[in-house]
Design a binder for this molecule. Structure first.
Ligand SMILES: [Zn+2]
Ligand SMILES: [Zn+2]
Length: 176
């Protein structure tokens, strides 16, 4: 995963704010995990790091937007990202295998936070499992592939839809 190490040594007790707007992180991550999302507007974050005796508190917010194909009809959908986070990252103890994965590392007297890893985790949490263009998107006909939002298709494949099956029982009585 794309790492971005931020030096957080010697942060005053009241904390310090950082801005993150490196768009390469998202491009790299989406490519590495082969995800069907593309950046739609810049994903930026502000975070505040406050030192703690055994680690650091990281609070912040990630905002922006990505686009993805609708899970039913494949139309491009804009997905707004607005993810707030409030995390405690524990400093690893030298020579000890930590149980929780931590995003902090110490090199000499320098303490660093993997802000790339942290924001990526928050980004993934913000994404819908199945992006939809609308909650009641009718999707594509499984037989002919027509977008059923545009109207019923002629192939009859849509009759597989149980909502349509009820209609099939109807008989149309013609009056002379
Ligand atoms: Zn759709
Ligand atoms: Zn069809």
């Amino acid at each position: 995963m794309a790492e971005r190490w931020l030096d957080i040594t010697d942060i005053p007790a009241e904390g310090r704010e950082f801005d993150f707007d490196d768009q390469e992180l998202w491009v790299e991550g989406l490519r590495e995990f082969n995800m069907d999302f593309a950046p739609a507007s810049p994903l930026t974050a502000t975070l505040k790091v406050t030192p703690e005796p055994r680690g650091a508190l990281v609070r912040g917010r990630l905002t922006g937007a990505v686009s993805a194909p609708c899970d039913r009809c494949t139309r491009e959908v804009r997905v707004d990202v607005d993810q707030s986070f409030d995390l405690f990252e524990e400093e690893p103890i030298p020579g000890e295998e930590s149980l929780e994965p931590t995003l902090l590392r110490r090199r000499g007297r320098v303490l660093e936070l993997d802000v790339g890893g942290l924001l990526w985790e928050e980004f993934v949490l913000a994404l819908p499992v199945k992006p939809l263009c609308s909650e009641d998107c009718k999707g594509l006909c499984p037989s002919c592939g027509q977008d059923l939002n545009a109207g019923p298709c002629k192939c009859g494949g849509a009759e597989l839809d149980p909502r349509m099956a009820a209609l099939r029982g109807l008989t149309i009585v013609k009056k002379d």
